[in-house]
Design a protein around this ligand. Structure first.
Ligand SMILES: [Zn+2]
Length: 280
């Protein structure tokens, strides 16, 4: 009886300490990991992806992704050597998705036109794909280098079993000198930068918006984009390269990543890798 009274007192004390108001942030980290927002929750979805071979920056950002229970997709170009294998496995183990970005970072539209689909596949895709298969790294997505693609290249990848391709919305071109800014509107006002989350399974070509100084990313606009995607239950796809304190023009700063992830977390939005997307 004495023990029961103590137990009840402990339970009462616990409820009093949280004011009977259990908020998500007070759950232990292991519980919170199982409570990640999902696509289809109705609160909007963010698809983050990072390209090329910025392995150190990506691995260093893992604690930030962990903190907000967010996953991204990392698209690797070049040879799948020891460094690439190691980075791909580390990111996969943390729940992220990894995809291919071409052995030679070739523009797919031109390469297929010049070499033919068969030779393009053999020289540009197979060398990466075969090693990933050999080492047990699942690959089902490809990001077009420089966002260059055609319907023919899409059909080629889909015929080879790829689930998702990443192209561009075309709304934020690489423009380090600021020569293409005359007609720019805030991204949050451009319907083409978003699509309804209810249609996500049918979007096998995912059109992304590039992020970085050379794409003239405005942090306030990006926050408004996230709020819009949340309010309308839309998908917002964002792509950058490195993640660093002071990145190059095509990279994303650690501060901006933290801003995006914290805003999405605050709004209960799903931030998922391509391999987590529902498929038709
Ligand atoms: Zn690239």
């Amino acid at each position: 009886m004495h023990r029961l009274a103590l137990l009840m007192a402990a339970v009462l004390a616990l409820f009093a300490s949280v004011g009977c108001r259990i908020v998500e942030n007070e759950f232990p980290a292991t519980w919170r990991r199982h409570m990640r927002p999902k696509v289809g929750d109705g609160k909007g979805t963010i698809l983050l992806s990072f390209d090329d071979r910025n392995f150190n920056g990506w691995k260093a950002a893992i604690p930030i992704f962990d903190k907000y229970r967010a996953h991204a997709t990392f698209f690797v170009c070049g040879p799948i050597n020891k460094d690439a294998m190691s980075a791909m496995k580390v990111m996969l183990a943390k729940g992220h998705s990894v995809g291919l970005h071409g052995l030679g970072h070739r523009n797919a539209d031109k390469a297929v036109a010049d070499m033919g689909a068969e030779m393009y596949w053999k020289e540009e895709i197979e060398p990466q794909l075969n090693i990933c298969r050999m080492i047990g790294v699942p690959i089902s997505s490809f990001a077009y280098p420089n966002n260059r693609r055609t319907d023919e290249t899409d059909a080629l990848f889909f015929s080879k079993g790829f689930a998702h391709l990443r192209g561009s919305t075309g709304l934020v071109p690489y423009d380090p000198k600021g020569l293409k800014q005359a007609d720019r509107r805030p991204l949050s006002e451009c319907d083409g930068a978003f699509f309804p989350a209810s249609e996500i399974a049918s979007h096998r070509l995912l059109r992304t918006n590039m992020v970085g100084a050379d794409y003239h990313t405005d942090a306030n606009d990006l926050v408004r984009c996230i709020e819009r995607a949340h309010e309308r239950d839309e998908v917002l796809a964002l792509t950058s390269h490195d993640i660093a304190e002071s990145p190059s023009g095509i990279g994303m700063s650690v501060a901006l990543l933290e801003l995006v992830l914290s805003k999405a977390d605050e709004l209960g939005m799903a931030v998922v890798g391509y391999d987590e997307l529902p498929r038709d």
